[in-house]
Design a protein around this ligand. Structure first.
Ligand SMILES: *[C@@H]1O[C@H](CO)[C@@H](O)[C@H](O)[C@H]1NC(C)=O
Ligand SMILES: *[C@@H]1O[C@H](CO)[C@@H](O)[C@H](O)[C@H]1NC(C)=O
Ligand SMILES: *[C@@H]1O[C@H](CO)[C@@H](O)[C@H](O)[C@H]1NC(C)=O
Ligand SMILES: *[C@@H]1O[C@H](CO)[C@@H](O)[C@H](O)[C@H]1NC(C)=O
Ligand SMILES: *[C@@H]1O[C@H](CO)[C@@H](O)[C@H](O)[C@H]1NC(C)=O
Ligand SMILES: *[C@@H]1O[C@H](CO)[C@@H](O)[C@H](O)[C@H]1NC(C)=O
Ligand SMILES: *[C@@H]1O[C@H](CO)[C@@H](O)[C@H](O)[C@H]1NC(C)=O
Ligand SMILES: *[C@@H]1O[C@H](CO)[C@@H](O)[C@H](O)[C@H]1NC(C)=O
Length: 812
């Protein structure tokens, strides 16, 4: 029966020439067999011990052809989910049994299909599809006790194709959609090009990098049979202690929204036609990034006007750009479980923002209502509230089938309406059709060859280059010259993993047993980057480990620093995310402060700090002891060469702080859009950053000083490169409403930015538009209003080059 229905789908979609079309298609409709190197069995079947840190390394590598091309698409063209289903999808939906529908709504993690021997267990797969008609799978097997620490695209494809093949033969015979946490490239696939962390992409203030990262991530995912990337994060960072700040695009809603938009365009593009594309999943809706105490998944208390003004806009941008899927918040907002919230998931997400696509839960969130939050009496109660009071379509269960089981019971007992189930299953089936899964369910072997292409690696390095933020450079201590004797200190100097962080190879990054071995040939440390640039061996002492504690050579550092021309300390943080990354204070380990202080007290050698970290640690006295400070964030496995190039002046840095860098813990929730009269005295301000060049700015030109609704004004400023190097210059336009009746206005708000390469001696005029509408805000009655008053337009606030023009904002 089901086979006939599927043929109907193909027929209805592609017309009568389907056979011919499928034969001509460069994408295989037939299952490709992708051979992998199999594991050697020791004494027949063996079960691995429970904890097995040193698994085998997948020896396979993709061909990584040096160049390739992908289909082009006009990204301005809107393409995204609609509220109506295609008629063939409606027919398919109507033909499904309740059990088949419930199965579509669950997403299981890959580990469910890994046997105790660490290999694919086809018996388990067959059972799950026969019995539960599972609709979706997620996760990388290496995070789930598989035999391999990291899987080549070939092995990944072999795994996803094995599951897909069974899915098409058993149960409802509907293809699965495979999802993966791919926040910075296809970061769980060996050889796939990993990009700098999103916070670094934000620091570039160059939207092309968000787009490139999305595009390559999509192609590499699809090569492995992965159709869905749980990316990008549209959360706006509100607490600097929180472990996941590096996964977001900083603290500004406008910057985050622009970055999110371009990531989605890169990931999805023409996803209804182009099989090198995936569905994006914007997350976490909403309020996840504001845990009150900075600990992951703790309650967020956010006034509704604040939420609408600062947290909703990046999601709105994502939904308007056609994002196919959304993931809900990993916890509670204002004491309510997000997953069952009518206010958040129906009124705000569906009604106000008009989201038509598939809404997926975060990891185990339905069950968490019972197990963790105690907001449900049992699992069935949790499922009932999720379905009746929210608008969830798919539950990332991820280990069990209780969601499907409960859904079946609830419909049968009349507690949940079948119409509600149809609404969700319709969205899921439409998504599968849009992604071409009914015609191209398997991975594309041709795409595998492009994984790790040099073309991609250079794009990752470009993003890394532009993301390095030079914050201080007294007496031009940087750039270094190759004739100088430089001492490097800190474990992060000689590690790919420590400059990459979490969400790379594994959830928490490589473990301590593996170290950089899992990066294989795909990356370089700063140490090898410096050797690459200078052509000489480096003068390196570990001094302190990645946690900042005394390590090999700690006692030798002062003596060696005395003999050096300059000493560079690389301050890092152990890769981590989510609850594993919880910390209680922004203060680093004391050994690290003490060592740097000793060098400062006992030598005259200039000190340079490189900050490689998940979040902004307190520098304290180090900030004045250092002559130069460069914040490199987590620039990824291909940043060793870019960092060395920046240090040795092969280019002039151009990154800008995408968040406020606090001095002390009490400032951890301070953003640059703090109320105007409040203290704003951080270590480094939002937008701060310098290059090696002298850039001079003209005064600002506005074409009118009267700003009225419906009458935008133009704002322009000319930057001249008076230095000797090419400068990639970002220009940020802020506004401050100097007086606003009733509701205090913010110190600054970012309204526009642009970035251009300017050659020595050349000038460039940056043109921006400012509208009165942008100056509106959400008041306490939840209305968007405009309030008249004088407005300062500031170019490059918080910089010695800041320029101001004043205009007057009118209400009409
Ligand atoms: C996976 O690889 C194994 C070993 O080479 C091979 O026997 C099998 O057919 C492959 N399966 C798929 C689906 O490619
Ligand atoms: C949702 O779908 C409706 C009808 O297909 C469409 O008018 C609307 O613009 C869509 N929403 C978004 C955010 O695109
Ligand atoms: C494979 O799965 C089946 C069914 O769940 C189970 O009985 C069997 O023990 C599993 N095999 C291994 C090697 O773990
Ligand atoms: C949840 O949904 C049920 C059924 O529609 C409804 O009776 C109830 O009032 C809702 N509860 C909340 C808190 O929205
Ligand atoms: C430096 O790195 C580049 C890019 O990986 C490589 O082509 C070049 O051979 C390296 N040079 C040295 C001296 O290591
Ligand atoms: C930058 O260049 C301008 C114009 O040539 C010059 O007046 C100024 O002194 C220079 N500043 C520095 C710090 O070199
Ligand atoms: C100022 O420039 C904007 C943007 O180009 C334009 O829409 C507006 O009409 C101009 N206003 C005046 C007074 O020229
Ligand atoms: C606003 O701009 C004027 C100059 O146009 C300047 O004097 C004033 O200090 C500015 N105010 C703020 C708060 O930046």
């Amino acid at each position: 029966m089901k086979c006939i229905k599927l043929i109907n789908i193909l027929g209805a979609t592609l017309g009568t020439g389907i056979q011919a079309q499928m034969q001509n298609s460069k994408y295989p409709a037939k299952q490709p067999i992708i051979n992998v190197v199999d594991v050697k069995k020791q004494n027949g079947v063996m079960c691995l011990p429970d904890y097995f840190p040193l698994q085998d390394y997948d020896p396979m590598r993709p061909a990584s052809i040096p160049t390739y091309s992908l289909p082009k698409f006009d990204e301005d063209k809107y393409t995204g989910p609609n509220s109506e289903l295609d008629s063939d999808i409606l027919d398919l939906l109507n033909s499904l049994s309740l059990e088949e529908k419930a199965g579509q709504m669950i997403q299981l993690q890959a580990g469910v299909f890994i046997g105790c021997d660490g290999l694919i267990n086809t018996t388990a797969i067959e059972y799950m599809f026969d019995e539960w008609k599972v609709g979706s799978i997620l996760e990388a097997t290496q995070n789930r006790r598989s035999r391999w620490n990291i899987n080549s695209p070939q092995r990944f494809a072999n795994f996803t194709n094995t599951i897909q093949d069974i899915a098409l033969k058993k149960g409802s015979k509907i293809p699965i959609i495979y999802g993966l946490d791919s926040i910075r490239g296809a970061n769980y696939i060996k050889g796939a090009t990993i990009f700098p962390a999103p916070v670094n992409i934000a620091a570039t203030f160059n939207l092309n990098h968000a787009y490139n990262c999305g595009r390559i991530s999509a192609k590499d995912s699809r090569s492995a049979g992965v159709h869905w990337a749980f990316s990008p994060l549209a959360d706006v960072n509100m607490n600097k202690i929180w472990s996941r700040n590096f996964e977001n695009f900083g603290e500004d809603p406008y910057l985050a929204g622009e970055m999110v938009y371009h990531s989605i365009k890169g990931l999805q593009g023409d996803y209804k036609n182009d099989r090198s594309k995936v569905a994006a999943c914007v997350k976490h809706f909403i309020g996840y990034s504001s845990p009150l105490n900075g600990q992951d998944r703790q309650n967020a208390q956010i006034s509704w006007n604040f939420l609408l003004e600062y947290l909703v806009p990046p999601f709105k941008r994502a939904i308007n750009s056609g994002v196919a899927t959304v993931m809900e918040n990993y916890g509670q907002l204002n004491f309510q479980s997000t997953i069952s919230s009518k206010k958040i998931l129906i009124e705000l997400l569906r009604d106000e923002l008009g989201f038509n696509g598939t809404l997926v839960s975060d990891w185990g969130e339905v069950n968490s209502q019972f197990y963790r939050y105690k907001t449900a009496f049992d699992i069935e109660d949790a499922v009932r509230m999720t379905l009746n009071n929210g608008s969830l379509d798919m539950s990332m269960t991820p280990d069990d089938v209780m969601f499907a089981k409960s859904t079946i019971n609830l419909v049968k007992s009349g507690k949940v309406d079948m119409k509600r189930i149809d609404e969700s299953v319709g969205r899921i089936l439409q998504l599968k059709k849009d992604l071409g899964l009914f015609t191209s369910p398997y991975s594309d072997p041709k795409l595998i060859d492009t994984v790790g292409s040099n073309q991609d690696v250079e794009l990752s390095r470009d993003a890394a280059r532009e993301s390095l933020i030079l914050l201080k450079n007294e007496n031009n201590v940087l750039p270094l010259s190759t004739s100088e004797k430089v001492l490097f200190v800190g474990a992060a100097f000689d590690s790919i993993s420590y400059i990459t962080g979490a969400w790379s190879q594994h959830w928490q990054g490589p473990n301590e047993f593996e170290g950089d071995k899992v990066y294989d040939i795909y990356g370089e440390s700063i140490n090898s980057g410096v050797r690459n640039i200078t052509g000489e061996d480096t003068n390196y002492i570990t001094g302190f480990d990645i946690n900042g504690f005394k390590s090999r050579g700690y006692q030798k550092v002062v003596k060696s620093a005395k003999m050096a021309d300059k000493v560079i300390f690389i301050l890092g943080e152990k890769p981590s995310t989510e609850e594993v990354g919880n910390i209680k204070t922004l203060r680093m380990a004391e050994d690290q402060y003490n060592l740097i202080k000793s060098v400062s007290d006992l030598t005259d050698t200039p000190i340079i700090l490189i900050l490689a970290q998940n979040r902004p640690f307190s520098l304290g006295e180090l900030s004045s002891e250092a002559s130069a400070i460069m914040n490199i964030g987590l620039p990824g496995p291909y940043s060793g060469i870019p960092i060395a190039e920046a240090l040795y002046g092969k280019f002039s840095p151009s990154g800008r702080q995408p968040y406020t860098y606090p001095k002390l813990d009490y400032q951890s929730s301070v953003t640059y859009y703090t109320p105007q009269w409040n203290e704003y005295d951080p270590e480094f301000s939002f937008g701060q950053g310098i290059g090696y060049n002298n850039i001079t700015y003209s005064e600002i030109l506005v074409n009118s000083t009267e700003l009225r609704p419906g009458h935008p004004i133009s704002v322009s400023v000319t930057a001249k490169n008076c230095g000797i190097m090419i400068q990639n210059e970002p220009v940020l336009m802020f506004t401050t409403q100097l007086v606003r009746r009733f509701h205090v206005s913010e110190l600054y708000r970012l309204r526009a930015f642009d970035k251009k390469l300017i050659s020595p001696g050349e000038s460039y005029t940056f043109n921006f538009i400012l509208t009165a509408e942008e100056m509106s805000f959400i008041n306490m009655d939840m209305n968007r209003v405009l309030s008249k008053g004088p407005v300062n337009i500031t170019i490059n606030a918080f910089s010695k080059d800041a320029k101001i023009a004043q205009v007057y904002l009118h209400e009409n």
